[in-house]
Design a protein around this ligand. Sequence first.
Ligand code: FES
Ligand SMILES: [Fe+2]
Length: 422
Amino acid sequence: MLNQEKNELLTRVGRGTPMGDLLRRYWMPIAGVTEFERRATKPVRLFGEDLVLYRDLDGKWGLVDRHCPHRRADLAYGFPESEGLRCNYHGWRFGADGSCLEQPYEDVAHPEARMKDRIRITAYPVQEKAGLLWTYMGPAPAPLLPDWEAFSWPNGFRQIVLSEIPCNWFQCQENSIDPVHFEWMHNNWSLRQRGVLQPYSPAHKEVGFEEFEHGFLYRRVRGNGRKEDPMWAVGRVCLWPNAVFLGDHFEWRVPIDDENTLSVCWSYTRVPRESEPYVQASIPTWHGPIRDEHGDWISSHVMNQDFVAWVGQGRIADRSLENLSASDRGITMIRKKFFEELDAVAAGAEPKGVLRDPDRNHKVELPLAFREILTGGMPLAELKAHPIFGRHLHDYVFQAGQPEPVARAYREAMGLDDGGGH
Ligand code: FES
Ligand SMILES: [Fe+2]
């Protein structure tokens, strides 16, 4: 249980808030590169700021204020030039660094005034990695964008799914260190959705939590499981500050504002050995719907089930009304760590896990269960029979709404000749 003041500290992310200041010290994934195959600009809202992401004609990325500093026109309708983005109202042009490069009328009629030298637009750096576009909205100098090992695994089909979730980011992130929900929200609720009343899935017998450089590990023993099993021996990664890494996928929870969160899922599915070598030309990005045709939350897929939990907690969960139990020890640990980090950043210290040494930012390894399978692959027959990876072979299990062209490319990558059935 937390009082309102502490709840606000964890949840408020606007400019000048302690949590906003902390999270802005990290690179955040905000879009997929392939989204720009069909558009030149994309309006985005991040940490309560309305911005426009664009690629100029020379291929350089920019992220600037949504509104032109001249008379506030919407730069999402601007057009990229060989350098920078031009406002479609009176043609002012801005560079990716926020400088004003051109004011067509002023430059001709009053060149001596050089008014453009006095104009700046808010601008944040953008980098491309793993098919994602990332931004850093904190103070200079920016740290390094983490080069997680999984980003360079070969022979896999990668895909990116974006969804906007109408609730605060922190309740999403608390889900990243909540082992017991897996038994109920995913296993048992899925059974009930299929009409199965019993038996329920193996119960959690023990959970463990531990901090490491890039976050926290959570461990579990279920049913007749043992501590030698990967889910205890290796555990799962609650990735600092706003993600989870589950071996075959990452999920980031990026604050749009205090009451909305961008869910970014990057997943990797290793192709069967028979389909190697597999080289993916580009990583598709698609938007995952969160409501069905009746307006109800979709609950058929793992992450959609999580979304139901998050939005069900309210736009901003009221932690003064909760009753934490022994299974919530990990949640208490991350809250405590966040409070420490808020103080540390306010005192001018470097926050947890920030990478600045290029020698330490090369294929950075995270604790990884099933490492041999993910990095070494399996023959098709073994893959089909595998209790975890087998169910990934035909369907995208994480989120509903995968577009058919992505499903088709996936089946081709897996070498499945299934006549187009999905
Ligand atoms: S409002 Fe953008 S150039 Fe005038
Ligand atoms: Fe979950």
